[in-house]
Ligand binder design. Structure first.
Ligand SMILES: Cc1cc2nc3c(=O)[nH]c(=O)nc-3n(C[C@H](O)[C@H](O)[C@H](O)COP(=O)(O)OP(=O)(O)OC[C@H]3O[C@@H](n4cnc5c(N)ncnc54)[C@H](O)[C@@H]3O)c2cc1C
Length: 549
């Protein structure tokens, strides 16, 4: 639709994504100069609607950004009181004591929060400072300037018909131009991917690695609820089939976040991450906790896991990538929100200094220097070998070697192992079906475990049906020829929302995309073995509607 005429709006800084990274950048810009024109665009129907991070928050990011967050009523109400780590077998468990863990793994001083609610509160702080926030505005295209720089984004295009033409009530959206554009889209951002490709920002970094995180909120028996309790597990049911583990966080109101992460570098195409999660809840440790309780919500989102060595270059002319658009999760801590906030703050400070000096549309290299050499780099460097050790040597070796490596990094600031490479991308890691056996998963019982489509209804996801599928295929034939025939159709299993299915498999297999179910986790874009599925933004306001995930 290149012939489309659009109105334009001019800003100092245009920010894509109202996550912790984008909102921190907006707040910091206005703290530094109340006269700056700053806009935040968010594809969710409201701020927080697409935020899935039932989280233990390290408050260091918020401390740096809004030191008086307590007085200002930030929703950090549940300090972590106890911290447990178990290795699970099918029936039993072994508690790993806290004392051999490096201090960075300690959760005391952290808070169990709904990041959706934290983002809602941050948006209020930003609006009070004069930031314009537009939810329901998906940014679907980059606007490139004459010299190839990022000049802005297109947001708010509505009413494209399923055949790609302009339907009744078509609205072209707007071009929002900025002297700088910040992409705070989170993991596997669709615009960030284009910018990374155009400027080859990842040519010197390792491939980004990912996990798929799935989460339910439960209301449980008050007798069993222990507000402030944090539990992590590894081992069963994934065992050697994949890396990953679980988290169980007791928040307020007798509610518990129960989550499960599967590393997406698994080889067996028959692995079904969603069913691993459901099976996990039948372990006695979890079943006893949840029995008699009620599942209130479900959601899923990919999580970046490549860490320090996978961070691409994060600036190009006119644009800076923030937070998990770069990949700033500390994997052993399963924490990225604090770094997302710190990155937003650092990008804002670099842009403010540049604007003050009359610059625009160039590279904010001071931002990159701060990320790599400051608090974020320090946090990520210490743990950089944990994920590749796990991928190469499995859980037990990675616990021992990874633990040792984190200790040496923490004590001496260096590692005898150097920096271990990740190697393959997660898509390349998938093995051909002929080398593997199907995995038999127990049927969900409807009490502790649920079938996928029932659970998706608890993500309250919604997509206007009269639009083209936002999940695009580079070549439609490839899904049957490669995904189905060579890999036994892993798309049917890796998607935690049941978007993909193959029908007529006895005669002439066809690939069906139920895009209405999509929860915007981005797993398909990451794991499809042929890299034939491309996640693009549907129209604004579509997608999940997470209440307080
Ligand atoms: C299951 C799970 C558990 C986690 N647990 C923790 C934890 O306990 N503690 C912790 O610190 N971290 C945790 N993390 C990691 C944490 O969620 C991320 O590090 C953090 O969300 C990154 O923040 P961000 O602002 O970069 O991106 P996000 O939080 O993903 O925010 C991006 C925002 O941008 C919007 N957006 C994206 N693309 C567009 C577009 N094109 N147009 C308009 N809007 C767009 C999205 O809708 C979203 O609102 C967890 C992650 C997962 C998946």
């Amino acid at each position: 639709m290149t012939d489309t005429q659009r109105e334009t709006m001019e800003y100092d800084v245009v920010i894509v994504g109202a996550g912790p990274a984008g909102l921190s950048a907006a707040i910091r810009l206005k703290q530094l100069d109340a006269d700056l024109e700053v806009v935040v665009l968010e594809k969710g129907s409201e701020v927080g609607a697409h935020i899935l991070s039932g989280a233990v928050l390290d408050p260091c990011g918020l401390d740096a950004l809004i030191p008086d967050w307590k007085e200002k009523g930030a929703p950090l109400n549940v300090p972590v009181k106890d911290d447990n780590f178990y290795l699970l077998g099918e029936e039993g468990k072994v508690r790993v004591p806290n004392w051999p863990m490096p201090p960075l793994m300690n959760n005391h001083g952290n808070y169990i929060v709904s990041m959706g609610n934290v983002c809602r509160w941050m948006a209020e702080q930003a609006e009070e400072l004069g930031v314009e926030i537009f939810p329901g505005m998906a940014c679907s295209e980059i606007v490139w300037g004459e010299n190839g720089e990022v000049k802005g984004v297109v947001a708010g295009e509505f009413g494209i018909a399923p055949d790609g033409t302009k339907g009744d009530g078509y609205e072209p959206g707007m071009e929002l131009h900025g002297k700088y554009v910040f992409l705070g889209e989170g993991v596997r951002g669709s615009l960030s991917k284009q910018v990374i490709a155009k400027y080859e920002l990842d040519k010197e970094s390792e491939p980004q690695k990912y996990g798929l995180g799935m989460k339910e909120i439960w209301e449980i028996d008050p007798e069993k609820h222990r507000e402030g309790s944090v539990t992590h597990t590894m081992g069963w049911p994934l065992n050697k089939n994949a890396g990953g583990g679980s988290f169980i966080y007791h928040l307020e109101n007798n509610q518990v976040y129960v989550g499960f992460v599967v590393h997406l570098n698994y080889e067996n195409p028959y692995l079904y991450p969603y069913m691993e999660f459901q099976r996990f809840k039948h372990h006695p440790l979890v079943a006893e906790l949840l029995e008699g309780g009620k599942r209130l919500a479900y959601g899923a989102r990919a999580i970046s896991e490549g860490g320090y060595q996978s961070m691409p270059k994060m600036v190009a002319p006119g644009v800076a990538l923030l937070g998990c658009s770069v990949g700033m999760v500390n994997v052993p801590r399963i924490k990225g929100n604090h770094n997302a906030m710190l990155s937003g703050k650092a990008a804002a400070e670099a842009a403010h200094a540049a604007l003050r000096d009359g610059r625009s549309a160039d590279e904010l290299s001071d931002y990159e220097t701060e990320v790599r050499g400051g608090a974020i780099g320090d946090d990520l460097k210490k743990v950089r070998n944990v994920k590749p050790l796990w991928s190469k040597y499995g859980l037990n070796a990675s616990l021992a070697l990874g633990g040792f490596d984190m200790w040496t990094n923490s004590l001496f600031g260096a590692s005898v192992l150097g920096t271990i490479k990740h190697g393959k991308s997660d898509a390349e890691a998938t093995g051909k079906a002929e080398k593997f056996k199907p995995i038999d998963y127990p049927k969900p019982d409807g009490k502790l475990s649920f079938d996928r489509l029932t659970n998706v209804s608890f993500a309250m996801t919604n997509h206007e049906e009269s639009q083209p599928a936002h999940l695009k295929l580079k070549d439609p034939k490839v899904q049957v020829d490669v995904d189905y025939r060579e890999f036994a159709g892993p798309s049917q299993r890796y998607c935690p929302a049941g978007v993909y299915e193959f029908v007529d498999t006895d005669s002439d297999p066809k690939f069906v995309i139920n895009f209405q179910n999509c929860v915007h986790c981005k797993t398909c874009d990451i794991k499809d073995p042929a890299q034939n599925i491309v996640w693009t933004t549907p129209q604004g306001g579509d997608g999940p509607n997470y209440p307080n995930m």
